[in-house]
Design a protein. Structure first.
Length: 115
């Protein structure tokens, strides 16, 4: 599975961005899709995931501000990020899990939140 992430950029604190991750195959067949992020000098961390059944999971730090969703017709998963904070600055990576739970990663997209 190939993944193409987009939508990162520079935004002021309090602003919004929407990340997109387009998959090269039918995402309906995938077990889960998600977003992770890695800030400078820190380990990669979970941001949000969504399963094939539509169950969502969020990191505590983004609950109430970020929303993950999927469009099966477009083979795309989105991450709507609102009320952005400087600490949200990171490279964001999309990932998917196949039916056999093999994980695939896309290239990162940089999100920079200025104070």
């Amino acid at each position: 599975v190939q993944l193409q992430a987009s939508g990162g950029g520079l935004v002021q604190a309090g602003g919004s961005l929407r990340l997109s991750c387009a998959a090269s195959e039918d995402i309906f067949s995938l077990n889960a899709m998600g977003w992770y992020r890695q800030a400078p000098g820190k380990q990669r961390e979970l941001v949000a995931t969504i399963t094939s059944g539509g169950l969502n999971n969020y990191a505590d730090s983004v609950k109430g501000r970020f929303t993950i969703s999927r469009d099966n017709a477009k083979n795309t998963v989105y991450l709507q990020m609102n009320s952005l904070k400087p600490e949200d600055t990171a490279v964001y990576y999309c990932t998917v899990a196949s039916r056999t739970w093999q994980w695939y990663w896309g290239q990162g997209t940089l999100v920079t939140v200025s104070s």
